[in-house]
Design a protein around this ligand. Structure first.
Ligand SMILES: Cc1cc2nc3c(=O)[nH]c(=O)nc-3n(C[C@H](O)[C@H](O)[C@H](O)COP(=O)(O)OP(=O)(O)OC[C@H]3O[C@@H](n4cnc5c(N)ncnc54)[C@H](O)[C@@H]3O)c2cc1C
Length: 335
């Protein structure tokens, strides 16, 4: 049996952030991930300056690809403009591996299946092999900690399920700007073109699955339309795309995110923003908070982790209206 103070399932940004802070505070930590790192994570790899600062990354010393954009080219219903905003791009393949190694936690390649809780000593045991007093669910959308302990108390809202389709490939891009296309052909979401440093490119689309289905469309047909547009605009001549799909949940109810000594963080808690589906920042912040709850005894609450990326009410309204139909209320924090 492997023992530690804290057992974290999932080594993405939520798990590695939580692990790093716990290790810094003197806890013994095990991280289980079903994949050996570096591993592919479908993601545009856009990160905000807040993520860079929260993670204490100095871009000059970061050892992998790191791009900075001074603005984003937005295409929306025939309009095209550049939104001035400093943003960054990384490759998740490199970024997640860097963060996990930097955390200093013990890492095991293990697909966690069964979790047992022993009320007599409060411990959690995973697959009869890993035991700890605290358990962190950082396993993304299909996290076994969510599935085992939180699903009934905190069910996912189908209206908030985002479907995505994307590919990141080595490609000598000519346009160094980041482009976003909103609501093309009635897509309840957006498409992106995100160049990475030194010849990598990520292109993809994301949309609210239920709304897309109600319109009789699917992500693959939208992708075909998008790929043709990229080709017509000479943004990706001769690129050989072979996109893959993935789905996750945008920010819903976060009333129950801790039960005893079990926590959910990041996508496991459904924290990605409702307007731009940005999940790395919320994952990092929730990972830190779970660590602080364990080492400092602070309350574990996620209500004030921003549910929107944009600070502009009009932008939020427009995006949310087109994504989820504008019908969904985010439950307010309990008093
Ligand atoms: C196509 C796409 C594009 C996106 N683009 C962006 C973007 O540009 N910027 C942004 O901020 N967000 C983006 N997101 C969202 C972002 O990727 C997620 O919100 C973020 O990765 C959540 O981090 P996490 O640590 O909670 O989960 P994850 O990054 O999903 O990590 C979970 C880890 O848990 C492991 N795991 C799962 N199950 C088990 C198990 N049973 N046992 C052991 N290990 C397990 C997985 O292997 C994985 O390594 C995008 C998402 C998608 C799908």
């Amino acid at each position: 049996m492997e023992n530690a103070d804290v057992l974290i399932i999932g080594g993405g940004p939520a798990g590695s952030s939580c692990a790093r802070r716990l290790v810094q505070e003197g806890s013994s930590v095990m991280v289980l991930d079903r994949e050996e790192f570096p591993r592919t994570k479908l993601c545009a790899g856009w990160i905000t300056p807040e993520v860079v600062s929260d993670l204490e990354i100095d871009p000059k010393n970061y050892p992998h690809r790191f791009n900075t954009f001074d603005g984003i080219v937005v295409h929306i219903k025939g309009l095209k403009f550049t939104l001035p905003s400093v943003q960054h791009s990384i490759r998740r393949y490199e970024f997640d591996d860097y963060l996990l190694k930097r955390s200093g936690a013990r890492v095991f390649v293990h697909n966690a299946r069964t979790i047992e809780h022993d009320p007599s000593d409060g411990s959690f045991t995973v697959d009869g092999r890993f035991r700890a007093r605290y358990l962190i669910g950082a396993g993304g959308t299909r996290c076994p900690v969510y599935r085992t302990f939180f699903r009934d108390a905190n069910p996912r809202a189908r209206e908030l399920q985002a479907a995505t389709y994307e590919h990141e490939l080595p490609y000598e891009w000519k346009d160094e700007r980041c482009h976003l296309w909103f609501f093309d052909k009635g897509l309840p979401g957006y498409a992106w073109y995100v160049p990475k440093q030194n010849g990598y490119l990520n292109c993809g689309i994301g949309a609210i699955a239920e709304k897309m289905k109600a319109k009789g469309a699917d992500i693959k047909s939208h992708w075909q339309h998008f790929a043709r547009k990229l080709e017509r605009r000479r943004l990706t001549p001769e690129a050989e795309f072979s996109p893959k799909g993935y789905s996750y949940y945008l920010r819903g109810n976060v009333d129950v995110v801790r039960i005893g000594n079990a926590f959910i963080t990041g996508d496991s808690a459904g924290l990605a923003t409702r307007d731009l589906c940005e999940g790395i920042g919320p994952a990092v912040r929730s990972g830190f908070r779970a660590a602080d709850a364990i080492t400092k005894g602070s309350e574990y609450r996620l209500h004030d982790i921003a549910a929107y990326s944009s600070e502009f009410t009009l932008v939020r309204w427009l995006l949310e209206r087109n994504f989820a139909g504008g019908k969904l209320e985010i439950p307010s924090a309990p008093a």
